[in-house]
Ligand binder design. Sequence first.
Ligand SMILES: *Cc1c(COP(=O)(O)O)cnc(C)c1O
Length: 800
Amino acid sequence: MKTYTKSEFRKKLEMKLTNKRTATLEASTNNDLFYAICSILKDEINQAGLETKQNNIKQKRRQINYISMEFLIGRLIESNLLNAGLLDVCNEVLIELGKDPKAVYSEENDAGLGNGGLGRLAACFLDSIASLGYMGNGFGIRYRYGLFEQRIVDGNQIELPDNWLQEVYPWETRRIEEAVHVHFGGEVTAEQLADGNLKFNYKNQETVLAVPYDVGVVGYDNDVVNQLRLWSAELPNDTVEADYSNRLEHMQSVERISGFLYPDDSTEEGRFLRLKQQYFLVSSTIQTLIKQYKERYQLPITEFHKYHCIQINDTHPTFGIPELMRILMDEEGLGWDAAWEIVTKTFAYTNHTIMQEALEKWPVSQVNSVNPRIFMIINEINERFCKEVYEKHPDLRDKISDLAVISHDVVHMSKLAIVGSFSVNGVAALHSQIIKNHTFNDFYKITPEKFNNKTNGITHRRWLMTSNPKLTHLINDAIGDNWIKYPGELTQLMRYYNDTSFLDQLAEVKLHNKQVLQEVIYKQTGIEVDATSVFDVQVKRLHEYKRQLLNLLHIIYLYNEIKRKPSIKIQPRTFIFGAKAAPGYHIAKEVIKLIHAVANVVNHDSDVADRIKVVFLENYNVTLAEDIMPAAEISEQISTASMEASGTGNMKMMMNGAITLGTMDGANVEIAELVGKENIFIFGLSSEEVIQYQLNGGYRVEDIYKTDVRVKSAMDSLVNEQFGYDYAFNDLYYHILTNNDPYFILKDFNAYVDIHLTAMATYQDKKKWNQMSLMNIMKSGQFSSDRTIKEYATDIWKLK
Ligand SMILES: *Cc1c(COP(=O)(O)O)cnc(C)c1O
């Protein structure tokens, strides 16, 4: 891409302001400047995008297609500037103009087309695929409204619509010429042709126009621009309608398909519209891939899988499997076996959870009404699969109903995904082991070669370079900038492990970042926190398995200790929370309420004397995360062991020098292995212990509650008048005690209290702490999504 000197960039900016914004350089607003910068970038992106595409076609490169219902993109301006090599020059010009670059970049709406980790992973992956120069595009839905905006009113979460498209979204290009039709519902009949083959005729289907909007994905310093294609649902122009008002109603019902993102994380929303969204995404995507393949390569359709791989992010895009079957058979004229061969060499599936309530299951009646032909094909896949198991695996004959894709009139999406894919991967070593040994053990016995692990990662370009420029400079000054292309090289920082001056500078950077966050906290909440206190951070979706409640019970315990002995010596701490709860998730919302109730009491109690502060930052999203991660010192990763498939928040904080305080769960296990157990604070039950309790029982919550005074006292604080009126948090209290503490919060409580004591004792030795922090930064290159994507590209996608 083009490079600019300061004066060239300034001139270009001036031109764009005049032409596009009718503003002058002097009289331009932040908004004018933002759009003018985007326009400069967009020219470069379009040009490089075209060249990337032409090159790829000319070389007939094999392509990865990453299909995901979620892309949690956040803002793109800084990331695009960085990758295009324009961030420094743009910052300098803005400063010269007397503007605050951060304020200009804040004009961009945060694109929240995802719930949490799964969606953010997809966004990090696209950044890495482009930055490593692979040919790979993303496919998702252009939700008119993204993840809801969270407001807190009197401690309660209120959801507001996220109107992220209110202003023009500068990165997208509408490509109406590449729109395709997606068909829903109706009836399908089979007709026997003269040659004996069956032809399927469709009747009374609803036709929706899928219109693509392409967003360029800019590779770092390599002139590569891939595409993220987001589909929007519209009513086709030629829809015949009895009367006009009918037509408008019809239009609304069609547009609802890409209307909003379901705000559920880790629980499945079994609603019909969601199913339609899924089919809408995969049908439009796969039709396009076939069309492009035929137009571009003039190769037989039977070689499709040699040029295309499709990775499905969780089971949400699993209907891609029967959809590709449908196209290959009904439109391309292949027989079942030939089509199945191509399909099962094309699809690869990433599993993100082992929790039953999150595994997708759809009633056959709903699948059938989304598209009856798709349902027929799933049925056939199931019958053939069950027959094969029966014939080839006599030992599994009595397990066929457990293995079946359809059982008890329910379609099990994970089973369909496994049967139809050549690769099934978990997202951290522990998680992949659990999949093989427990969740999908029978499938593992049949096809062990499908199962593999790809530990998640995060793009260090966003989560270190643009969000923590001070740390980036410190690293560059110390070891040069080779680590940017080879993040594993961060281990070079080992040279500074005993360098007191370097360690002091590291501490200064952390203090600076904490002061930035201190300001954000003050502006948002009015709470004054001490930037020299320990910043203890738990930011992630609110879910019982993530155990924000354990964190809170510990804070309550500390508070009660102070009340008992007001002169007790404790390390001053700021407990920072950020979390959205699914709107229908009552218990999660109660936890948010409790965080606020505890904050209200603790922050204003003169006995506490500012030693503990509790802060809840509302509307946790990618943009807010970029302010929080660089300031974290303790990274709370305290999920019930076995339940957090990987986690990526843990990696973001590690990369920014926080020390993980967590369970042996997800990628925490790999963090612990890398940094060594003296550089991490591990506590609690192991995943095997949790799984054994779940399988065999043996844990009784009342045994702990009745006998352990610390546990009892913290729990009882939920129902005495300490944090509001009497019985204010009855629901939480009884939820734990009557359901036998399903997430082992009380079981792990004492270990959690103790590990905090250890952590705070360690903090007293500043040098040691800084060394621990350095060790975490140094080893975090392993969690760059560049490493993850190289593994996908080599082992699964077979890309060059
Ligand atoms: C990284 C990220 C997540 C995932 O966090 P976990 O701690 O892994 O659950 C969720 N939301 C946002 C906005 C993120 O940036």
